[in-house]
Design a protein around this ligand. Structure first.
Ligand SMILES: *Cc1c(COP(=O)(O)O)cnc(C)c1O
Length: 810
């Protein structure tokens, strides 16, 4: 594609769509025009990709996830099509700034945080590795709430992203399927087999909206399929009342703003069954159209269960094979195990999904029967070889509750954790009983990130330096970033990288000024903690360290510390009052410190509102310190740690999640670690001898800081301050904040010292970038493809071929 041609097409398309010329069009119209050109162009490759998969009957994976968090897609599509530079120049010649159009697109925020973002990073990498893979999820009408601060409190506003128009989706009515809910089921003998007979209940239609997932310069365009709900025309008479219609519409109305609590329980379970049933039915329909024996389905289809929310895939697949396809139970079960695989994302007890028998019977009675039968057979089969204790601990139904993780493990051939330490904890502690039964099912797949989005798209300044220094092979082969290790002593390169960082910091400083009215110096250290607000992530410890610095500066205004800007981004689940109290406390502390003339701008605290993918793309390139300070064993992997490392931030970290692998990658001298280790945390649990009160009494620094929460030092937090104080003292500091605090302060002082030596700092930054390649999701999905899914790259993809530039002619 060339520039002149593109300009011509752009002008024509604008005229076709709006009967307008460039000078008269609004940014929205220009955005729609560009989006229309992009999507109509990749559509040819999109249909070619799926036709390829179908015609050559390649094995495909279906990644089931209740969340996807793609953020904006325009720039990513342009990059992956190989169009970014030409389009940017061409538009500029028409007097249009591409960045202005990119800003128009609403973030697609159908996810809460790490889990949903991982699913989207995987979608990008699966397509970029030419792997035949599809996403399957829910098209929520409202995405994750928009966060605003009012008097320092979090306020949630609905995220109405669809009325603004989603140019990437295609509704496919012809691919709709029906999903049945409720009623009751009994079994009747029919030609010597038991068949389910349904009474009552209601049927809804699941209508798919497909979005193209464009691979990086390889001509592959995969499908992310999100299901919306509709009332089937034939069933109209069953849905007369407004009440009934609303019940149906609610199914795909909201994303639950909390991925660890079971809010709106019945509706949440209905959502899970809705997208599971729709997805599995449409997969089976596709497979049957291939006219292959059902016995061979696992050679052609893999289904991945991302966390337990889609675990009913196992029972739904069984239902279709047994009830509809008349397979014998044993044969159906064998196929189910071969097709299914599961990723565990957390060891936090409150996030391990359980459903009461009554509710499951109420929502999907036949699925309950099948789960009951799976459970019955498991107990029966195990009783010959294993002791009752083990069986009772691992069975699916216990004390009237259905344990979804147990279903996911027992019904699949692979269970993986998301970082080495996490997978080891699953094997040795959390899921040890299952590991004893099925050792070969357990494996590790350390998370990864969409490398190109978090470098090329988010950080053009750094990308330019990297390209000039080591060429551009790292775009396709992220581990080639390692070539940068040849430049650790090259002052010119070190300074160029530092200059790129400074440029990004200036841009973020302007954003902060514009949105918060706070003046921050680009010469200060930009220290960043961005992630969901959760007690285990310990934003509170960060805040306590800020208060420590504040009191020290108040006592001794001449104290020499390098100026630092503490930047936060975090949403709290609306019902998570403790997390909201911490947000309020950070905001009030920010107010106090930012306006205190004694501090002379040595520290600034900035809490940016509405943390989401687009804001992450603004903050991360400017970050110098990456706060990864969760209590050891609690953060399964983390991925913002990887994004920040890739952008040259130095990590201050506990030995938790993927931080441990980051330390291995960069070497101990290029990361600052502190805090309790996994073993020490478990020793405390075992001996039950952590007394937070003693740490308060014995440490005057901690005392001074904690008192600030309740003695009016931090203004306007009477209730919140007490709640925080009580959590640490009265409720015994569940996440060992006081225990780790002194060591955290020591680590922060090391950071302060390191920053004085700017050459050394720049080297550390370079080494972090150079070693980030192993955390590319390209790598991660390759491991999944080989070890778990057994899928191979599409042979007719143009990956690396000479024709790659011709994938997307206008
Ligand atoms: C990467 C990312 C996360 C995950 O952050 P963690 O620090 O790994 O919890 C959450 N939200 C957004 C918007 C992200 O981009």
């Amino acid at each position: 594609m060339d520039k002149i041609e593109f300009k011509q097409t752009f002008i024509e398309r604008l005229a076709e769509l709006y009967a307008m010329e460039v000078s008269d069009a609004t940014p929205i119209e220009l955005y729609q025009t560009l989006g229309s050109i992009v999507s109509t162009t990749y559509t040819k490759q999109w249909s070619k990709s799926w036709q390829d998969y179908r015609d050559t009957k390649q094995k495909q994976v279906y990644y089931f996830s209740i969340e996807f968090l793609p953020g904006k897609m325009l720039k990513s599509n342009l990059l992956n099509m190989g169009w970014l530079e030409i389009v940017e120049e061409a538009l500029s010649e028409l007097g249009i700034k591409l960045d202005d159009l990119i800003e128009i697109e609403p973030d697609m925020a159908l996810g809460n945080g790490g889990l949903g973002r991982l699913a989207s990073c995987f979608m990008d990498s699966i397509a970029s590795q030419s792997l035949p893979g599809n996403g399957n999820g829910i098209r929520y009408r409202y995405g994750l709430f928009k966060q605003r601060f009012v008097d320092g409190h979090q306020v949630e506003l609905p995220d109405e992203w669809l009325p603004k128009g989603n140019i990437w989706e295609v509704r496919k009515d012809s691919k709709a399927v029906d999903v049945h809910f409720g009623g009751s089921v009994h079994l009747e003998e029919h030609h010597g087999r038991l068949k389910p007979v349904y009474h009552g209940g209601y049927t809804v239609r699941a209508v798919p909206y497909d979005t193209g997932m464009v691979g990086y310069k390889n001509g592959t365009v995969n499908t992310m399929r999100l299901w919306d709900v509709a009332i089937p025309a034939e069933e109209e008479e069953h849905y007369r009342s407004i009440e009934d219609r609303r019940m149906v519409e609610e199914l795909t109305s909201v994303l639950y703003p909390d991925d660890s609590n079971e809010a709106g329980r019945k509706l949440r379970l209905s959502q899970e069954y809705f997208f599971v049933s729709a997805g599995v039915q449409s997969i089976l329909r596709y497979y049957k159209n291939l006219h292959l024996p059902l016995e061979q389905i696992s050679r052609y289809i893999a289904i991945h269960i991302n966390d337990t929310h889609p675990a009913m895939c196992i029972a739904e697949f069984m239902r279709l094979l047994v009830d509809q396809e008349n397979l014998k139970w044993e044969k159906a079960w064998r196929l189910t195990l071969q097709v299914m695989s599961y990723t565990n994302h957390t060891i936090m007890a409150e996030a391990l999904e359980k459903w009461s028998i009554e509710m499951m019977q109420d929502v999907c009675p036949r699925i309950y029967q099948i789960i009951e039968e799976i459970d019955r057979r498991f107990v029966e089969e195990m009783s010959t070889f294993h002791n009752q204790g083990l069986i009772q601990r691992t069975r699916i139904i216990q004390d009237g509750q259905i344990h979804m993780a147990h279903l996911a493990i027992l019904g699949s051939h692979s269970t993986n954790g998301v970082a080495k330490i996490h997978s080891d904890l699953l094997k040795n502690v959390i899921l040890n009983d299952f590991y004893v039964l099925y050792p070969s099912r357990f494996n590790n797949k350390t998370n990864g990130i969409a490398q190109r989005r978090w470098s090329q798209l988010a950080n053009p300044a750094m990308t330019k330096v990297l390209n000039q220094t080591i060429g551009d092979s790292w775009h396709r082969t992220p581990t080639d970033l390692h070539l940068l290790m040849n430049f650790t002593e090259d002052d010119e390169v070190l300074e160029q990288l530092a200059a790129a960082k400074l440029e990004n910091k200036k841009r973020l400083a302007a954003y902060i000024k514009e949105h918060k009215g706070i003046e921050v110096s680009p010469e200060a250290i930009f220290d960043v903690q961005i992630k969901r607000l959760h007690a285990y992530k310990r934003q509170l410890m960060n805040l306590m360290h800020i208060l420590k610095l504040y009191f020290e500066l108040k006592n001794d205004p001449k104290r020499d510390i390098h100026p630092r800007v503490f930047i936060f981004g975090a949403k709290a689940a609306p019902s998570y009052h403790y997390a909201k109290a911490i947000i309020k406390a950070i905001n009030e502390t920010a107010n106090l410190i930012n306006h205190d003339p004694d501090i002379q701008d040595k520290i600034k605290v900035v809490f940016l509102e509405n943390y989401n993918v687009s804001l992450a793309e603004k903050i991360i390139p400017a970050a110098e310190v990456s706060e990864q300070i969760s209590l050891a064993t609690k953060e399964a992997s983390g991925t913002s740690n990887m994004k920040l490392m890739l952008n040259g931030a130095l990590t201050i970290a506990t030995l938790d999640g993927a931080n441990i692998e980051i330390r291995e990658a960069v070497g101990e001298e290029n990361i600052v670690t502190f805090g309790l280790t996994e073993k020490e945390v478990y020793r405390y649990y075992q001996e039950q001898n952590y007394r937070s009160l003693e740490w308060y009494h014995n440490d005057p620094v901690i005392q001074r800081i904690l008192n600030a929460f309740i003695d009016g030092t931090i203004p306007n937090i009477v209730n919140e301050g007490k709640q925080i104080f009580d959590s640490l003292i009265q409720y015994h500091d569940e996440f060992f904040v006081l225990r780790d605090f002194a060591d955290y302060c020591r680590a922060q002082e090391i950071i302060n010292q390191l920053y004085q030596d700017s050459r050394r700092w720049n080297q550390i930054s370079l080494i972090n970038i150079a070693n980030a390649g192993i955390f590319s999701a390209d790598n991660t999905v390759e491991r999944y493809a080989e070890d778990i899914w057994q899928i191979r790259p599409n042979p007719s993809s143009q990956l690396g071929g000479a024709a790659q530039h011709d994938c997307y002619p206008l």
